[in-house]
Design a binder for this molecule. Structure first.
Ligand SMILES: [Zn+2]
Length: 210
């Protein structure tokens, strides 16, 4: 390992921090980058710097965006009275791919997992409760009230626990709002991110009130 020149070792170390990349893959990627043209290598480095500098979280839903408000929250044709709650920004992609959902989102930033030290205050749960309590866009502007919150956290132990926690909080604070959960049919223990749009479409259509 340490027989590499320090800059190469540094690249291998950084690459091996990526999910699913072990030290062998990190070495392979590092050598690929070393062999790449200056243009390609610089484009890769630039893309990483650029995404970190320009992409932030939407002030309303916490989805990824390069504006204060994301494209979905800014879209007045979408139903702002229907909020789909997901764990990660990557979960918005399969929901959008099914082309059946015209509401908006709320990205929690993870799932409750006391064992891993993830408590309600580590997620955007308070922000969701405030958003539902204040009207669709959280600022009381002409968007109207929230009618329904669809809990689309993953069908895993932590995802289920998160859905139950949020359902309970919403029932106490905003009893007039319908709280629903995606129907079963999504493979247990899997991530929404990997669901195909037909399965997800069925799970959405068959959502049940909690
Ligand atoms: Zn947004």
């Amino acid at each position: 390992m340490s027989s590499y020149a320090p800059p190469v070792q540094r690249l291998v170390t950084e690459l091996s921090k990526l999910p699913g990349v072990g030290s062998r893959t990190a070495q392979r990627l590092a050598f690929h980058i070393l062999r790449a043209s200056d243009e390609d290598a610089t484009a890769l480095a630039g893309a990483i710097t650029d995404v970190k500098q320009t992409i932030g979280l939407c002030e309303v839903c916490f989805n990824l965006t390069d504006e204060p408000r994301c494209r979905i929250c800014s879209d007045t044709r979408r139903d702002h009275g229907l909020i789909c709650v997901v764990e990660e920004a990557s979960d918005v992609i399969p929901m959008e791919r099914m082309h059946e959902y015209d509401g908006v989102y709320h990205v929690l930033g993870g799932a409750l997992s006391p064992i891993d030290g993830v408590d309600p205050e580590d997620l955007k749960i308070a922000e969701l409760l405030a958003r539902v309590g204040n009207g669709a866009d959280g600022d009381g502007a002409d968007a109207g009230p929230v009618r329904e919150v669809v809990l689309a956290t993953n069908p895993t132990t932590t995802g289920e626990a998160t859905a139950l926690h949020i359902a309970q909080e919403l029932r106490e604070r905003s009893p007039q709002v319908i709280v629903s959960r995606l129907a079963s049919g999504l493979p247990m223990g899997s991530d929404l991110e990997y669901a195909d749009e037909v399965t997800l479409g069925k799970a959405f259509a068959g959502r049940r009130a909690l």
